[in-house]
Each structure stands twice: as structure tokens, then as C-alpha cells.
Ligand binder design. Sequence first.
Ligand code: KIV
Ligand code: ZN
Length: 510
Amino acid sequence: MQKLIIFDTTLRDGEQSPGAAMTREEKIRIARQLEKLGVDVIEAGFAAASPGDFEAIKAIAEIIKDSTVCSLARANENDVRRAGEAIKPAKKGRIHTFIATSPIHMENKLRMTPDQVAERAVQAVKWALEYTDDVEFSAEDAVRSDMDFLVRVFDAVIQAGAKTINVPDTVGYSIPQLWGERIRQLLERVPNSGKVIWSTHCHNDLGMAVANSLAAVMNGARQVECTINGLGERAGNASLEEIVMAVKTRKDVFNCDCRIDTTQIVATSRLVSSITGYPVQPNKAIVGANAFAHESGIHQDGVLKHRETYEIMRAEDVGWNANKLTLGKLSGRNAFRTRLKEIGIELEGEDALNAAFARFKDLADKKSEIFDEDLQALVSDEIVNEASENYKLVYLNVCSQTGETPHARVTVLDNGAEQSAEADGGGPVDAAFKAIEQIAKSGVELLLYSVNNITTGTDAQGEVTVRLSRGGRIVNGQGADTDIVIASAKAYLNGLNKLYSGMERAHPQL
Ligand code: KIV
Ligand code: ZN
């Protein structure tokens, strides 16, 4: 059985989804979870894109030990050197350099001749080799590139020392049969193709990113570039969970395996969804809420009699129903700290732990059973709030009654001083936001509002994400509570805190 390398680019290509840019702390949290999931390579960002992204990659490189940490770099000296500096602390570091090879990109975007592109590609690989021997080269828009030219460029970069050759369908244009054929031909025609790892990177514009990636695997690709929940530029990238489960479920076809711990898939999907504010559609394969739900009587009857009549995977194998009852009202500080550690959360300093523990006790008063997911949300609150707390919710009262206009009264700690306001609204959440705005006078535009239940049951916590925009800056705010109006107010204040703290999104979208 051959090894398939899983290269996750949620923190780079995923982050290029509109509004999904993350702060350094958010990137670190996702990187830790990706390591736990067992991805081989984490593309942590694009070092030259912004100082924030550079710092985030560097911090991830310092923390992550089991996965290779990678930075993207255009094929120019500054980009490659920034990437090299950012990954320097990594136990295993990679530079991923790229340049476009299609006529349309070379002529209109790069304004370079094919000879200049080939020469620059080789030069970029050489610069990268000054920092690490793990260098990946991508031919951007390979899908629309001339085959002879691709062969020439790949031959040259392999000779220069690139270890991984990535073939991207940058614009999501291919179809599985053609993409598989392109990979097969490249492996056949590029000299020394057997000495490097062939990789594929597919976008989903025609809904075929996963199918195209799998066709590449069937034709010899041994690395797949993908993202959690298929997040990514435009229609997204190939979804990691679909690729992994396809390869694992159909080992008979792919004859490959990867080292992903599939039981971490759902937790990773939820984390990425809550941080980026991109909800997962209910019927999304593997991680959608209905992915394992059988509605029709015939199906339910079949599954009860013999699970495999209608199920090709087990929900628990991808982390569904892994809700473990962890702690309750009587659990102490030590049990709390130990469980956080077991689920991979490390808070920095006693103050953060104490604050999280106090929140846990509050939650345990409202909710008898506390699951790992509750702890994740609770600690998210802690991490996002610790960044800067200009505003903190002190009190919220909402009146909502049939036939009456919803009304909210709110008290907020505004830089240490209590301020109160009240407002009517179209609904209780609208009223709460309007009351907060009377205090903050931020003038933000609400771009997105989404609520997800963290666990099941009517006493579950609701996790709210708001996306706020002001003066060209976009931030996501999160809040969780058993009361979704309170969760909404917390999310709104968290978003304002991010805006006012000047907490730069790591990656301001190139
Ligand atoms: O889609 C693409 O071509 C990319 C490259 C930078 C690999 O994201
Ligand atoms: Zn891409």
C-alpha cells in the first residue's frame, strides 16, 4: 500500500475565501488541530503577504512538531526569503514556490516570456534551497498550460532540486478523465519523474475538485492539496475529509493510505467553520449534519437490520457521536485543566485558566452535561477575548413577546466603565445589536450572522458567528452560550473588540 501525503492549505488557500481571514491566534488553534488530525503538511500561510501572516507562520513553525510547516512564496527573491525566514524555527519546514505557466497568465499577468518563466522557476527553487531541502514547486494554471512547456519547466526545477511537483487546476476547469490523463502523461514524459512526489491541487469551480484530485491519485499523484470543509478561493478547494474518506473507504481502488486520524475530522471541521464563519451545509459529505442521517423508513429499517445496507462508512469513524461526557457541575479545576490538555487545548497562564474555569462553572449551572465540544467553545471564547477586551458584556435583558416589538436593555463594560443602553429591534438579536451600537457607535456593517448548535438537545450551547465590516476591514466575532441572544451579543462585542484592538487579520487577501 503506498503512502498518500495530505497537504492541508486551509490556512492559506482556505483563508483566501472572502471574509475568512484569520488572526494569528486563530491560525495557531487550527494548526494545532490539523497536527492532531495527522496532516503531513500544513501550509500555514503566505509569508510575504503581510507582517501578520509572516508572524503567524513563524509562530506555527515554533509550535508544530509532527507536521511539516510550509509557507507559500511567489517565484521572486523577496517572497522566497520571507518564506524561508518564517519557516526557520520549524522542526520540518517547506517552501512552496509557484509561478504561472499558462499563456494567458504569462502574457497578461506576468508579462514574461516562457523562457523568463522557466528561468525564474529554477532560480526560485535555488533561493528556497538556501533555507530548506524540502522545496515544492507549483506551475500555476497548469490546467491551461502547454504540455511541452510544463514538461520543460518541471524537468528544470527537478534538476534544480525541487522535491515535490504540484500540478494545480487553479481555475477548476478540468474534468476527472482529462486531469488523470494529464498527470499520467507528466509522470511518463518528465525525466526523473520517479525521483519526486507528484502533487495535485484542484479548485472546485465546476464542482469536480475532489473527483479531479482522486483521478490524479489514480494516475500516480502521491500528494493531495486540500482544505477542511473544501474552504478556498471562489468555489473552494478539494475537501480534505472527502479525499481522505474516499481513499480509506475505497482502498481497493486507490491502493493508498494516509496517516489521518479520521476520528478528528468532525472536530476539525467544526473548529474551522466556527473560526471562519463559513457554515457547513447539512448535506455536505462526511461533515454535514445529515451526512449519516437516514430519513426514509426503508433506509432506517435496513440500517437497523444490518448497518451496511445503507452505510458505507461508520459515523463514529469520522468523529460523529464522539461526544464524550467529560465534566459536570462538581468537577474541579484540576479535572478541568486535565481534560483541556487531553483534547489538545493549552491556555497560556493561570489567569486564562482561571477565567475559563469560571466560565465552565457558569455553564455547568445551566447545562447538566458538558461535552468536549462545549469545552472547545468555552475556551474559544477565552482565547478570542483575551486578545483585547475593550468591551465586555455585563448584563442583557431582552423582551420578546407575540404582538410586541422586541426590546433589549444592555450593560457593557466599555474600557472599564459601565455603560447602558436600550433599543427596539425587528427581533431580539436585532434589538440587542442596536442597543450595543448605541454604546459603541461603531457604524459597522453586519455581513454575516450564523448560529450553530454545539451539541444536541435544547439545552445545547449555541455558537454564533458575526462578520463585521468597517472601513475595508473585516473581522469575525464569535460567542457561545446556552442562550443564543446572549451568544449573539457576545459575538458582536467580540467582533468589535477585534476591530478596535487593531488585531490585524494575518492575511489581508492578496
Ligand atoms: O490554485 C493555485 O494554483 C494555487 C497555487 C499557489 C498552488 O493556489
Ligand atoms: Zn489554489
